[in-house]
Design a protein around this ligand. Sequence first.
Ligand code: TRP
Length: 444
Amino acid sequence: MNEKRSTFGSKLGMVAAAAGSAVGLGNIWRFPSETADGGGAIFIIVYITCILFFGIPLMVAEFLIGRSSRANAAGAFHKLAPDTPWKWVGRLGVLTGFVILGFYMVVCGWTVDYFIQSVTGSLKEVSDFSTNFNTLLANRPKQIGLMAFFVLLTAYFIFSGVQKGIERSAKIMMPVLFLLLIVLVVRALSLEGARGGIDFLFKPDFQEVKSTVFLDAMGQAFFSLSLGMGCMMTYASYFKDNTNLTATAVQVSVLDTLVALLAGMVIFPSAFALTTNPDTIVSELVAGGPGLLFITVPGLFNQMEGSMIWSAMFFLLLAIAALTSTISLMEVVTIYIQEEHKVSRKKGLLFVVIGVLALGALSALSPQFFNILDMASAKIMLPVGGLFISLFAGWYLDKKIVQVELTNDGKIKFGISFLKTYSFILKFLAPVAILLIFLYGLIG
Ligand code: TRP
C-alpha cells in the first residue's frame, strides 16, 4: 500500500518544496508590518528566538509524525493513535487549511492584479494609492475572477502530482524568487538614505519594547513556517527514509527567515530613503498594516527611476512566493479527501476547488467574512493545532518512533542531550508558550 504513495524525487526538490510552503505572503506581506509594529530590531530578535526555540522543534515534530505514518494529516493520527480522539487534531488541521485558503487566495488575486497594473504601466499613472487599492476592493467581480484564476493555477500543479507538480514547480520558482529578491534588495540599498531602514531593522532600541512583542513574534513564526495544521506533516509524508529530519527543519527555517529579512531589506530602506518626512516614517508604516504592500510599497516604487520594472518584479516575486504556499495548503486538503474518502486525486481535487472557490468568493464579497477566516485561522486554529501536535509528539508518541525517525534508525549520530532538550521543549516549553499566545489572541 505504501509503495503506491508518492515521494519527493531529490533532496533539493524536497527542501525547495518545504521552503516553498514556508515562504509566502507571511514573509513579504505580514512580516514587514509586524516588524514595524513591534519596534524593528527588537521584534526581529524575539522572532528569531521563537524560530529557534519553538519553530524548529515543532517542525521536527510535524516531520516525524508525517514520515513515520506516511499518511495525510488526519490519517497520520489515525495510524499512530488508532481509536483515539487524536484524529480530530488532524481533521482540525485539514479544516484550517481550507479556511486559510479561503482568504489567502483573495490576497493572491490582488497580487496578480498589481502585477498586471505594473506590466501595463497603469500603476505609474496612479497618484493616490489608497484610492487605487480601494477601487480594486470595491470591484467584486474582478476580485472573484482573479481569485478563481489563482485557485485554478494552484490546482493545476496539484493535479500534476507530487513530483511533477509540487516538486518541479518549487525547484524552478524558489531560485527565481531568490534572484528577484536579491535584485530588489540591491536596488533598495543603493538609494540615498537607505541606511535609516537598515538601522531600524538591525539596531535594537530597548526603550521601544512593547509588551505584546513576544506573543506577536511567536504567532508570526508559526504562520511563516507553515506550522500548526499538518502542512509540514503532509509534506514529510513524501520525504524519503534517508531524509535527515532535523537538518531539513533547520534548512527550511533558515531559508524562510532569510527571505523575511531580505523582504524587510527591500521595504524599510526604500521607505526611509524615499519618504518626505523621516520622523514619521515608522508610524506611517505601522498604520499601513496589511495595506502596506498594496498602498505604501507601490507608492515607494513610483518614486524610483524605472518604477514599473521594480514593481513588476516585486509583485511577481509575491505571486511566486504565494503560489508555492497555496500549493502546499491545497495538497493537505486534497490528499486528505483522496485517502480518507477513497476517491481519485482528480475527484478529490475537484471537491477542493469548488469548496475553495465558494469560500474565496464569500471573502471577496464580504470583508467581514475575510477577517473572520483570517482571525479564526491565525489566532485560534493554528495555535490549538500546534499545541496538540507538540503534546502528541512530546507525550503520546512512542519514544522508539521518535528515536528511529530522528536518527534514521541509528544512522544519524545524535547527541542524547539534544534529544532530551527536544523532548523537554515539546512536553513543556512549547505547549505553555502556545497556550499563552492563544489566551492572548482571545483577549487581545
Ligand atoms: N507559510 C506561508 C506563508 O508564510 C503560509 C502557509 C502555507 C501556512 N501553509 C501553511 C500557514 C500552513 C500556516 C499553516 O505565507
